[in-house]
Design a binder for this molecule. Structure first.
Ligand code: HEM
Length: 420
């Protein structure tokens, strides 16, 4: 994919921009408010590779060309996911570290270690029964929907759907799959949100470490039919306590925040797009909506981070050694050369990543099932649900990695018994 030269050719190859003013700040509130306008402008100005700052003073390259991203993500020899050489150059208290730092897990490892971690997680998830998973979502949804406000005026029936439905549902189901008692689950959900919100690395790691060590201890003494037990007792991978904690961190942080944002972003589309709100003919299955979001507004918008070991020439741009190369799954899937506008079961969205670190098959199917069932249960029970504010007034959480609504305020319909 790259030529073998080691020096830029003057006037031919572009050096990566190194002035702060040239770099697009991915951490800004403006970017969070309208990332698609930013991607459009980036494509116009830079083509497939964009000089950015992922945090003030932290330079990186954002890949927004679909084919370029797939080539980079499929070439772990030149673009390994191990961040340790980069980490040597950055301060220990960099707030984005919890999201990017090295951990003994699949996401940040290479070679045999990567395969060992990845296989252990995927094997543990494979045994999650799809029918039982559906029932778990159904039970969690019914309990939450029973608490929805259905009396009073519109003000009294307005609530944030994320905090009263999406977040607790994903948390409950994930805890059940992983075999996590509720009190440990709550501590983990708080740590997971802190991770995406750039809380300092020591705090986040302590929060995760304490909760998960307790989980390992419980599963050694009382094994169950769950993912945590299967990881703790995996006789092939033989994971140490520290390794176990980090596989749990990956499963929870991947499942919780992106899981919840996949549901919220899909619901927002269904509550605002005329294909769903109007009387347009044609039925669009929920799974196609979820696939559309995985292409157009994926929960992990900019991630799949690699660190070239040497300076490397890509699409006429020199990428420096040991500096993050971040894939914009959101921008790549919007690449006009790729997006056909056909979303149902599309095989091309990058919402799950690509290449050897792509979200493992059984994690993808579980996360997709939870999202589709959570949406169906909600809209079957409350079909008249509507947004409480104009979509343009919704607030998005800042942070370059995720695409996450701060709240999804909706008006619940009046209970029919109170309509007279
Ligand atoms: C909507 C939910 C989810 C989304 C959008 C998502 C997305 C992704 C993406 C984009 C990657 C690639 C990251 C990279 O290359 O740096 C990834 C990797 C991974 N995901 Fe997911 N994921 C989700 C749910 C889950 C769940 C529920 C689990 C486990 C319970 C999980 C486990 C993993 C693991 C272990 C990896 C690392 C794989 C490797 O490096 O070989 N994910 N996920």
């Amino acid at each position: 994919m790259t030529s073998r030269q080691t020096q830029p050719r003057p006037g031919i190859d572009q050096p990566a921009a190194d002035h702060r003013s040239d770099r697009v700040p991915l951490y800004s509130a403006e970017f969070a408010a309208d990332p698609h306008a930013a991607y459009y402008e980036m494509r116009r100005r830079y083509g497939s590779l964009v000089p950015i700052e992922i945090y003030p003073g932290v330079p990186a390259t954002l890949v927004i060309g679909y084919q370029t991203a797939v080539r980079i993500l499929s070439d772990p020899d030149h673009f390994p996911a191990d961040p340790r050489r980069w980490q040597e150059k950055v301060p220990d208290d960099l707030p984005i570290l919890p999201m990017v730092e090295w951990r003994p897990n699949a996401l940040r490892s290479v070679g045999l270690e990567h395969l060992r971690y990845r296989k252990a997680t995927n094997d543990a998830l494979e045994k999650v029964d799809q029918h039982e998973l559906h029932e778990m979502v159904e039970r969690a949804a019914a309990a939450l929907i029973a608490q929805f406000p259905t009396v009073g005026d519109e003000y009294e029936r307005t609530a944030d759907l994320i905090s009263i439905y999406v977040q607790p549902l994903v948390c409950t189901v994930l805890n059940e799959i992983l075999g996590c008692p509720p009190e440990i689950g709550q501590a983990i959900a708080a740590a997971s949100a802190a991770l995406f919100d750039s809380t300092d690395t020591e705090t986040v790691n302590n929060m995760f470490g304490q909760a998960f060590l307790k989980l390992v201890e419980i599963k050694r003494i009382e094994p169950g039919d769950d993912v945590a037990t299967r990881l703790v007792h995996d006789s092939e991978a033989k994971l140490t306590d520290e390794e176990l904690i980090h596989q749990f961190v990956t499963c929870f942080s991947a499942g919780m925040e992106p899981g919840q944002n996949l549901i919220a972003n899909s619901l927002l589309l269904m509550l605002t797009d005329s294909r769903f709100t109007g009387n347009e003919l044609g039925f669009i299955p929920t799974s196609a909506v979820v696939d559309e979001i995985l292409a157009m507004d994926p929960p992990l918008a900019n991630y799949c981070i690699t660190y070239p070991r040497q300076p490397i020439l890509v699409d006429g741009v020199w990428l420096p050694a040991n500096e993050p190369v971040i894939t914009s799954m959101a921008a790549c899937s919007n690449d006009p050369r790729m997006n056909t506008g056909d979303y149902a079961g599309n095989g091309w969205n990058l919402g799950w990543g690509a290449g050897p670190h792509q979200c493992p098959k059984h994690a993808r199917s579980a996360a997709h099932r939870i999202a589709v069932d959570a949406i169906d249960e909600l809209l079957d029970s409350v079909p008249e649900l509507r947004l409480a504010v104009p979509a343009a007034e919704l607030e998005w959480r800042p942070g370059g990695f995720h695409r996450a609504l701060a709240e999804l305020p909706v008006v619940f319909p009046l209970d029919p018994r109170h309509r007279i």
